[in-house]
Design a protein around this ligand. Sequence first.
Ligand code: PMP
Length: 407
Amino acid sequence: MSLDVESLRKDFPIFETQVHGKPLIYLDSASSSQKPRQVVDRMVRFYETEYANVHRGVYDLSERATAAYEGARAACARFVGARDPRSIIFTRGTTEGINLVRFTWARANVKAGDEILVTEMEHHSNLVPWQLLAQEVGASLRHLPVDDEGLLRIDLLDEYITERTKVVAVSLMSNVLGTINPVRALADAAHAAGARIVVDAAQAAPHIPIDVNELDVDFLAYSSHKMLGPTGAGALYGRLDLLEEMPPFHGGGEMIREVFPDHSTWAEVPHKFEAGTPNIAQAVGMGAAVEYLEGLGMGNVRAHEKEMVDYGISKLEEAGAKVYGPKDISIRGGVASFNLDEVHPHDMATILDQEGLCIRAGHHCAQPLMRVLGVPATARASFYVYNTPDEIDALVGALDKAKGWFA
Ligand code: PMP
């Protein structure tokens, strides 16, 4: 069974909105996804009937709020195959999750002369934190190359992972190329060298089934807002034994066990990493997004996107566009970055906007990858559960129009 897109679109009130008097065609979910009514309603119900601070009150309402918040944590654990909800830390999103690892595990373990391996396709979120850490401790950064097809040069792993490597930081799916990377192979190589692997799953989590045990990763970060949930929430999975030995991230209320004038002791994992009042309603909304996606079935989500990206690539190529990334859709998610010779991506996005079409144009927070591709920018159409082949036809029709303008 694949997705019943016509019927699930009714869950998304935004599709009743018009843009420039045209029906909205939203092809920018890799940037941020739209929200189903079920997620919005869950947050409204939480605020209207269950809201209080969490983990503090002994009164019934606070216990209800805590149950909702911790229930969302359990959902986020289940979503990535984590066996214990304590291995999930709520964050503001992928960027914060990766920075948490940088400031805790990595700062305690990466020393002068060590190496951090990233890849040429990383989003700035999984590159800049490692640059900052390398500068701070005197470590060096290496970049696993990407080949002409948009695949990681796994054949070079022996050269790039050495006894000095302490961290391998890689995305499970590229936000530009759509490539789904062989993270298990990278995890095995990292572990064989005594390194830890940190996975950026911002793009993967919304679109492909994930099992942190099968991937054998140490840390994996993802964002709620790209997977039908609200902004301001994200989850960081960490291996429990690592989380337990790690120093805290932020200091403040909630993350302590006992506080003395000159020192403190820490709360149990995961609370040790959640200082202050968390984004409670956002976490509850993220849990509702997980439940919505589980209802659709992540296998069905993936199957739908394979169909969409397959159709999208063939239509874009027919229209004369250069599409970046692997052609093999078994290792590609629902992202199609492209360029049309005649039209600059920013002009294209502006012209398409007049037709009610939302696409992204720019460097997609991956400037080093743009240099590898030899372009300053690309246009990007990205697909999710609510997109239809008709919308791809509309995109291609609008591109033809754009070409006409510049002919
Ligand atoms: N990594 C990748 C691959 C992404 O696409 C994004 C979002 N564009 C991020 C990290 C950062 O996610 P967030 O902005 O939710 O922290």
